[in-house]
Design a binder for this molecule. Structure first.
Ligand SMILES: [Zn+2]
Length: 225
């Protein structure tokens, strides 16, 4: 049977939200603003659908009080709980031994027993992001949660080879995402940087699945019952 784009079968757009409704979602970003940029729309969507969403910020390298205030505001806009992983003041992730970083992340998994973990990807270009991704990988030994990676995050456009395997329709939460990104004034407005590229990028991702806005994810592990 002939089928054109307009009449093609549409994805079941609520499937991701319903998958984690009533369950705990843990999202991990190396720094304040990574989660808002990478998956702000997805986190807001999951929270609206009834998931308990925990935004874990691994470290604050400098300007601790300012960036923590921005992180709290970003999490509040998205309706998520905020947890700081290395919480003893300004720290760089590379200051920790890998085993200590994995130990902290193990603690997050044990505390929250998440149904899904979302974090940076192996395609990222920022060493702190790669350190977090690599330290998250061994936490999969603790429980059988789903594991997704989000698009490399950056304040300025950089060419990156990232190939999503799954897409989340964030049309209903794109405004919350944009609002949460602009909460990080020290990173954008304070440096004269524009945030509209994130809306434009979500629009391009949306075209992949026939919706106005989407966020792409790579699938590291997904348990299909
Ligand atoms: Zn970062």
């Amino acid at each position: 049977m002939k089928r054109d784009c307009d009449t093609a079968i549409k994805p079941q757009r609520e499937s991701l939200a319903s998958r984690y409704a009533g369950r705990t979602v843990v999202a991990i970003g190396a720094h304040p603003d990574d989660l808002e940029i990478g998956i702000g729309g997805t986190l807001a969507k999951l929270q609206k659908a009834g998931a308990h969403v925990v935004m874990v910020v691994a470290s604050v390298p400098k300007d601790f009080e300012v960036r923590m205030a921005e992180a709290r505001l970003g999490a509040k806009i998205l309706g998520c709980e905020l947890r700081l992983l290395i919480d003893d003041g300004p720290r760089r992730i590379e200051d920790l031994k890998t085993c200590d970083l994995v130990g902290l992340l193990d603690g997050v998994i044990n505390d929250y027993q998440p149904a899904v973990l979302l974090t940076h990807s192996s395609a990222d270009f920022h060493n702190d992001h790669l350190l977090i991704y690599n330290a998250c990988l061994p936490t999969q030994r603790l429980a059988h949660f789903d594991f997704f990676s989000y698009h490399p995050t950056n304040c300025r456009p950089v060419p990156i080879a990232f190939h999503p395997k799954a897409y989340v329709d964030v049309t209903d939460t794109i405004d919350a995402k944009m609002h949460a990104i602009t909460a990080h004034k020290s990173q954008f407005g304070g440096r004269g940087l524009d945030t509209e590229m994130y809306r434009e990028f979500a629009h391009v991702q949306g075209r992949m699945i026939g919706v106005p806005y989407a966020e792409g994810l790579d699938v590291v592990r997904m348990v299909l019952a």
